[in-house]
Design a protein. Sequence first.
Length: 272
Amino acid sequence: MLVAVSTSLLRSLCVVDAALTLAQCGFRTVELNYAGLLRCSDGVPEAVSRLRRAVSRGEVSVLSIHAPYTYVVKNLGLWNCSSPERLAGVYWSLIAPIVEAAEPRMIVVHPMHVKAVANPEEFTLTFLELLRDWALASGTILAVENLVRGEEPWSDVGRVAELARSIGAGVCLDVGHANYARQGIPEAAEHLLRHGLLVSMHLHDNDGSADQHLPPFTGAVEWRRLFAVLKSYGYRGPGVIEAGCSEPMAKCLNWLSLLRALKPFLKELRVP
Ligand SMILES: [Zn+2]
Protein backbone atom coordinates (compact mmCIF):
# COMPACT_ATOMS: atom_id res chain seq x y z
CA MET A 1 0.00 0.00 0.00
CA LEU A 2 1.19 3.53 -0.74
CA VAL A 3 1.14 5.23 2.66
CA ALA A 4 0.40 8.95 2.82
CA VAL A 5 -0.70 11.23 5.63
CA SER A 6 -3.31 13.99 5.82
CA THR A 7 -2.41 17.53 6.84
CA SER A 8 -5.21 17.14 9.42
CA LEU A 9 -2.47 15.68 11.67
CA LEU A 10 -1.23 19.26 12.11
CA ARG A 11 -4.58 21.03 12.13
CA SER A 12 -3.38 24.22 13.77
CA LEU A 13 -0.99 24.95 10.88
CA CYS A 14 -1.59 26.50 7.47
CA VAL A 15 -2.01 23.56 5.07
CA VAL A 16 1.23 24.39 3.20
CA ASP A 17 3.32 24.47 6.39
CA ALA A 18 1.65 21.27 7.58
CA ALA A 19 2.49 19.52 4.27
CA LEU A 20 6.13 20.67 4.38
CA THR A 21 6.50 19.56 8.02
CA LEU A 22 5.06 16.12 7.22
CA ALA A 23 7.39 15.82 4.20
CA GLN A 24 10.42 16.70 6.33
CA CYS A 25 9.36 14.07 8.89
CA GLY A 26 9.23 11.10 6.51
CA PHE A 27 5.87 11.54 4.76
CA ARG A 28 6.64 13.16 1.42
CA THR A 29 3.27 12.07 -0.03
CA VAL A 30 0.37 13.90 1.56
CA GLU A 31 -3.32 14.64 1.35
CA LEU A 32 -4.11 18.35 1.64
CA ASN A 33 -7.17 19.13 3.71
CA TYR A 34 -8.90 22.24 2.34
CA ALA A 35 -9.84 23.45 5.84
CA GLY A 36 -6.12 24.10 6.50
CA LEU A 37 -6.01 26.64 3.71
CA LEU A 38 -8.21 28.93 5.79
CA ARG A 39 -5.43 29.02 8.43
CA CYS A 40 -2.76 30.55 6.19
CA SER A 41 -1.94 33.98 7.58
CA ASP A 42 -0.37 35.03 4.26
CA GLY A 43 -3.79 34.63 2.57
CA VAL A 44 -5.01 32.06 0.07
CA PRO A 45 -3.29 33.35 -3.12
CA GLU A 46 0.16 33.53 -1.50
CA ALA A 47 -0.31 30.14 0.22
CA VAL A 48 -1.28 28.58 -3.13
CA SER A 49 1.87 30.12 -4.72
CA ARG A 50 4.03 28.64 -1.94
CA LEU A 51 2.35 25.28 -2.50
CA ARG A 52 3.04 25.45 -6.25
CA ARG A 53 6.74 26.18 -5.61
CA ALA A 54 7.06 23.33 -3.06
CA VAL A 55 5.43 20.84 -5.46
CA SER A 56 7.50 21.95 -8.47
CA ARG A 57 10.72 21.64 -6.43
CA GLY A 58 9.71 18.12 -5.39
CA GLU A 59 9.66 19.05 -1.69
CA VAL A 60 6.23 17.48 -1.32
CA SER A 61 4.03 15.22 -3.44
CA VAL A 62 0.26 15.72 -3.26
CA LEU A 63 -1.68 12.48 -3.61
CA SER A 64 -5.08 14.01 -3.00
CA ILE A 65 -7.00 17.08 -1.96
CA HIS A 66 -9.76 16.74 0.61
CA ALA A 67 -12.48 19.08 -0.66
CA PRO A 68 -14.27 21.44 1.79
CA TYR A 69 -16.46 19.91 4.49
CA THR A 70 -20.12 20.80 4.84
CA TYR A 71 -19.30 23.16 7.74
CA VAL A 72 -16.81 25.07 5.58
CA VAL A 73 -19.48 25.47 2.93
CA LYS A 74 -21.96 26.63 5.59
CA ASN A 75 -19.45 29.06 7.14
CA LEU A 76 -18.79 30.58 3.74
CA GLY A 77 -22.51 31.20 3.37
CA LEU A 78 -22.86 28.80 0.43
CA TRP A 79 -25.33 26.41 1.97
CA ASN A 80 -28.51 28.02 0.76
CA CYS A 81 -27.58 27.90 -2.89
CA SER A 82 -30.70 27.44 -4.93
CA SER A 83 -29.36 24.76 -7.24
CA PRO A 84 -26.75 22.01 -7.33
CA GLU A 85 -25.23 23.74 -10.37
CA ARG A 86 -24.67 26.96 -8.43
CA LEU A 87 -23.34 25.16 -5.34
CA ALA A 88 -20.98 23.03 -7.47
CA GLY A 89 -19.74 26.12 -9.31
CA VAL A 90 -18.87 28.01 -6.14
CA TYR A 91 -17.43 24.86 -4.54
CA TRP A 92 -15.19 24.19 -7.55
CA SER A 93 -13.96 27.77 -7.56
CA LEU A 94 -12.61 27.13 -4.03
CA ILE A 95 -10.63 24.02 -4.95
CA ALA A 96 -9.60 24.75 -8.55
CA PRO A 97 -6.55 26.90 -7.62
CA ILE A 98 -5.18 24.17 -5.31
CA VAL A 99 -5.81 21.47 -7.93
CA GLU A 100 -3.92 23.54 -10.49
CA ALA A 101 -1.00 24.21 -8.11
CA ALA A 102 -0.69 20.76 -6.52
CA GLU A 103 -1.61 18.43 -9.43
CA PRO A 104 -3.17 15.77 -7.18
CA ARG A 105 -4.04 12.27 -8.31
CA MET A 106 -7.55 12.65 -6.88
CA ILE A 107 -10.03 14.88 -5.11
CA VAL A 108 -11.81 13.36 -2.11
CA VAL A 109 -15.29 14.71 -1.59
CA HIS A 110 -18.08 14.11 0.92
CA PRO A 111 -21.46 13.48 -0.71
CA MET A 112 -23.16 16.83 -0.09
CA HIS A 113 -26.44 16.18 1.69
CA VAL A 114 -28.70 19.21 1.45
CA LYS A 115 -31.78 18.03 3.33
CA ALA A 116 -33.79 21.19 2.71
CA VAL A 117 -34.31 20.53 -1.00
CA ALA A 118 -37.18 18.48 -2.47
CA ASN A 119 -35.01 15.63 -3.70
CA PRO A 120 -31.73 15.55 -1.71
CA GLU A 121 -30.30 12.50 -3.47
CA GLU A 122 -30.87 13.94 -6.93
CA PHE A 123 -29.26 17.20 -5.73
CA THR A 124 -26.18 15.23 -4.55
CA LEU A 125 -25.99 13.32 -7.81
CA THR A 126 -26.07 16.45 -9.99
CA PHE A 127 -23.59 18.21 -7.70
CA LEU A 128 -21.11 15.30 -7.91
CA GLU A 129 -21.55 14.80 -11.67
CA LEU A 130 -20.43 18.39 -12.25
CA LEU A 131 -17.42 17.98 -9.93
CA ARG A 132 -16.55 14.71 -11.70
CA ASP A 133 -16.51 16.47 -15.09
CA TRP A 134 -14.35 19.35 -13.85
CA ALA A 135 -12.00 16.96 -12.03
CA LEU A 136 -11.48 14.91 -15.20
CA ALA A 137 -10.92 18.07 -17.24
CA SER A 138 -8.20 19.03 -14.71
CA GLY A 139 -6.41 15.69 -15.07
CA THR A 140 -7.59 14.23 -11.77
CA ILE A 141 -10.38 11.96 -10.55
CA LEU A 142 -13.15 12.20 -7.99
CA ALA A 143 -13.27 9.87 -4.96
CA VAL A 144 -16.49 9.89 -2.93
CA GLU A 145 -16.11 9.22 0.81
CA ASN A 146 -18.46 7.37 3.19
CA LEU A 147 -19.63 9.57 6.05
CA VAL A 148 -20.32 9.07 9.77
CA ARG A 149 -23.40 7.85 11.63
CA GLY A 150 -26.06 10.56 11.52
CA GLU A 151 -25.29 11.49 7.90
CA GLU A 152 -27.50 8.84 6.33
CA PRO A 153 -27.76 7.58 3.66
CA TRP A 154 -24.06 8.26 3.01
CA SER A 155 -22.82 6.49 6.14
CA ASP A 156 -23.73 3.27 4.30
CA VAL A 157 -20.73 2.13 2.26
CA GLY A 158 -22.99 0.18 -0.11
CA ARG A 159 -24.99 3.34 -0.91
CA VAL A 160 -21.81 5.35 -1.46
CA ALA A 161 -20.50 2.60 -3.75
CA GLU A 162 -23.72 2.74 -5.78
CA LEU A 163 -23.52 6.54 -5.98
CA ALA A 164 -19.87 6.44 -7.13
CA ARG A 165 -20.54 3.68 -9.67
CA SER A 166 -23.49 5.60 -11.15
CA ILE A 167 -21.31 8.65 -11.88
CA GLY A 168 -18.12 6.82 -12.86
CA ALA A 169 -16.19 7.98 -9.76
CA GLY A 170 -14.15 5.99 -7.23
CA VAL A 171 -14.65 5.52 -3.50
CA CYS A 172 -12.36 6.59 -0.66
CA LEU A 173 -13.19 4.10 2.10
CA ASP A 174 -12.98 5.99 5.38
CA VAL A 175 -12.20 3.20 7.82
CA GLY A 176 -12.87 5.26 10.97
CA HIS A 177 -16.22 6.50 9.67
CA ALA A 178 -17.18 2.92 8.75
CA ASN A 179 -16.29 1.74 12.27
CA TYR A 180 -18.38 4.46 13.92
CA ALA A 181 -21.26 3.78 11.50
CA ARG A 182 -21.17 0.06 12.46
CA GLN A 183 -20.30 -1.01 8.93
CA GLY A 184 -18.37 -4.26 8.61
CA ILE A 185 -15.04 -2.87 7.43
CA PRO A 186 -13.51 -5.99 5.82
CA GLU A 187 -16.84 -6.67 4.09
CA ALA A 188 -17.08 -3.05 2.89
CA ALA A 189 -13.52 -3.18 1.50
CA GLU A 190 -14.25 -6.50 -0.19
CA HIS A 191 -17.40 -5.06 -1.83
CA LEU A 192 -15.50 -2.04 -3.17
CA LEU A 193 -12.56 -4.14 -4.40
CA ARG A 194 -14.85 -6.65 -6.13
CA HIS A 195 -16.51 -3.80 -8.05
CA GLY A 196 -13.25 -2.02 -8.85
CA LEU A 197 -14.33 1.07 -6.91
CA LEU A 198 -11.68 1.34 -4.16
CA VAL A 199 -9.30 4.15 -5.16
CA SER A 200 -8.13 5.32 -1.71
CA MET A 201 -8.65 4.85 2.01
CA HIS A 202 -8.68 7.11 5.04
CA LEU A 203 -6.95 5.25 7.87
CA HIS A 204 -7.83 6.30 11.39
CA ASP A 205 -9.30 4.71 14.48
CA ASN A 206 -11.98 5.15 17.17
CA ASP A 207 -13.56 3.17 20.00
CA GLY A 208 -17.01 3.24 18.35
CA SER A 209 -18.39 6.02 20.57
CA ALA A 210 -17.48 8.93 18.25
CA ASP A 211 -15.58 9.81 15.09
CA GLN A 212 -12.33 10.33 17.02
CA HIS A 213 -9.74 10.32 14.18
CA LEU A 214 -7.13 8.54 16.32
CA PRO A 215 -3.95 7.00 14.88
CA PRO A 216 -4.46 3.45 13.52
CA PHE A 217 -4.24 0.70 16.18
CA THR A 218 -5.31 2.99 19.04
CA GLY A 219 -9.04 2.20 18.72
CA ALA A 220 -11.28 -0.76 17.92
CA VAL A 221 -10.93 -1.08 14.11
CA GLU A 222 -10.23 -4.68 13.06
CA TRP A 223 -7.07 -3.88 11.12
CA ARG A 224 -5.94 -7.51 10.82
CA ARG A 225 -9.14 -8.54 8.96
CA LEU A 226 -9.02 -5.44 6.75
CA PHE A 227 -5.39 -6.14 5.80
CA ALA A 228 -6.26 -9.76 4.96
CA VAL A 229 -8.91 -8.59 2.45
CA LEU A 230 -6.60 -5.96 0.92
CA LYS A 231 -3.84 -8.57 0.56
CA SER A 232 -6.16 -11.12 -1.02
CA TYR A 233 -7.01 -8.58 -3.78
CA GLY A 234 -3.37 -7.46 -4.15
CA TYR A 235 -4.32 -3.88 -3.23
CA ARG A 236 -1.50 -1.51 -4.22
CA GLY A 237 -3.47 1.74 -3.93
CA PRO A 238 -3.08 4.50 -1.38
CA GLY A 239 -3.89 4.56 2.32
CA VAL A 240 -3.98 8.04 3.82
CA ILE A 241 -3.48 8.21 7.58
CA GLU A 242 -6.18 10.67 8.61
CA ALA A 243 -5.47 11.06 12.31
CA GLY A 244 -6.63 14.52 13.39
CA CYS A 245 -4.73 16.55 15.96
CA SER A 246 -5.65 20.10 16.95
CA GLU A 247 -4.01 19.94 20.36
CA PRO A 248 -0.59 21.32 21.41
CA MET A 249 2.03 20.88 18.71
CA ALA A 250 4.16 18.67 21.00
CA LYS A 251 1.37 16.08 21.10
CA CYS A 252 0.80 16.18 17.31
CA LEU A 253 4.55 15.76 16.69
CA ASN A 254 4.56 12.77 19.05
CA TRP A 255 1.75 11.26 17.00
CA LEU A 256 3.84 11.93 13.90
CA SER A 257 6.75 9.97 15.43
CA LEU A 258 4.38 7.13 16.22
CA LEU A 259 3.04 7.13 12.65
CA ARG A 260 6.54 7.10 11.21
CA ALA A 261 7.22 3.91 13.20
CA LEU A 262 3.92 2.45 11.95
CA LYS A 263 4.48 3.33 8.29
CA PRO A 264 6.46 0.19 7.23
CA PHE A 265 3.76 -2.03 8.76
CA LEU A 266 0.97 -0.24 6.90
CA LYS A 267 2.99 -0.35 3.70
CA GLU A 268 3.26 -4.15 3.93
CA LEU A 269 -0.27 -4.60 5.35
CA ARG A 270 1.17 -6.10 8.53
CA VAL A 271 -0.07 -5.75 12.09
CA PRO A 272 2.68 -4.34 14.34
ZN1 LIG B 1 -12.02 10.84 5.93
